[in-house]
Design a protein around this ligand. Structure first.
Ligand SMILES: Nc1ncnc2c1ncn2[C@@H]1O[C@H](COP(=O)(O)OP(=O)(O)OP(=O)(O)O)[C@@H](O)[C@H]1O
Ligand SMILES: [Mg+2]
Length: 283
């Protein structure tokens, strides 16, 4: 699907996919792209998150170091409880962490006051959650443009139309969330994240509630927004087919990154997951 050119040169972002070393297929414990010239949209360094203490202590993240380069589509996979949502929430400034650091662009999250953090999330980050987080009193269209309305930014009308068409909501824009199906609500959430063209989009199972055709359309559009507009996307998924839309998959187990795969295919991801299972690393 052809996409319109980005307005205002996309704040200086590079066009086109990130160049990869082709053989980074072996297990890794930490990852850094510091040796590459690529700008980093987000970076976690030695990031730890511990819940509770004593017998109830849970180490959800154990010194995770990872870069999310600009213009790259990263999928995060791993078994239930491995820390995927925690990693995403900490990097997105939605949750506090107990150790290490996170930066979005050049900004260290640890140095920000609550108000500044709220502003950074609003201006630079798009979210697509499984629980859609739509405002019930607003129409679909109002929900889509809400982050921009709050920030006092005017939506790019051509882009907005394109996004709405892609998610297939053109005839539902006046409906409130309660008048939409679960899948339609999910599509509103996807459109809301894409509409403001944020620095980075985080999605926690963004297609988990969609049928396979709508899911494939949404994933295709996310991938196109990466390829053609230099959008940065980080997505948690359990689905190897969804992960195959990404440029890279990172695998979490027990709060640590245990592997990564460049240019993933659904079969390749599935094989890798089976290999983990047979080693008992992810169960
Ligand atoms: N508020 C909390 N209090 C205590 N422990 C928590 C809390 N939130 C998450 N955890 C624990 O942290 C670990 C990581 O949770 P997280 O939600 O990041 O997993 P996940 O990989 O996203 O799993 P899923 O695939 O089921 O969504 C789990 O063991 C979970 O029980
Ligand atoms: Mg989760």
């Amino acid at each position: 699907m052809p996409l319109p050119r980005a307005p205002a040169a996309r704040r200086g972002r590079r066009a086109g996919p990130v160049p990869y070393e082709p053989t980074l297929e072996s297990p890794v414990t930490t990852m850094s792209t510091a040796h590459r010239a690529t700008a980093v949209a987000a970076r976690a360094t030695e990031l730890s998150k511990v819940y509770g203490e004593g017998e109830t202590k849970v180490t959800a993240l154990d010194r995770v170091t990872v870069d999310f380069p600009q213009g790259e589509f990263t999928a995060i996979m791993g078994p239930s409880g491995s820390g995927k949502s925690t990693l995403m929430h900490c990097v997105a400034g939605l949750d506090s962490f107990t150790g290490g650091s996170v930066r979005i662009g050049e900004t260290e999250l640890g140095s920000l006051k609550d108000k500044q953090l709220t502003q950074l999330r609003r201006d630079k980050i798009g979210f697509i959650f499984q629980a859609f987080n739509l405002l019930p009193t607003l129409s679909a269209l109002e929900n889509i443009t809400l982050p921009m309305d709050i920030a006092g930014r005017k939506p790019d009308q051509d882009w907005l139309r394109k996004v709405i068409e892609m998610v297939g909501l053109a005839d539902r824009l006046k409906h409130r969330p309660t008048e939409l199906s679960g899948g339609q609500q999910q599509r509103v959430a996807v459109a809301r994240a894409l509409a403001s063209q944020p620095e980075i989009i985080f999605g926690d199972e963004p297609t988990g509630n969609l049928d396979s055709r709508s899911g494939a359309e949404v994933l295709g559009f996310l991938r196109n927004s990466v390829r053609e507009l230099g959008q940065t996307v980080v997505m948690v998924t359990h689905d190897p087919a969804a992960a195959s839309y990404a440029d890279r998959v990172i695998f979490l187990a027990d709060g640590a990154i245990v592997d990564q795969m460049m240019h993933p295919t659904a079969d390749g991801v599935l094989d890798r997951m089976k290999a983990f299972d047979s080693k008992g690393r992810t169960s």
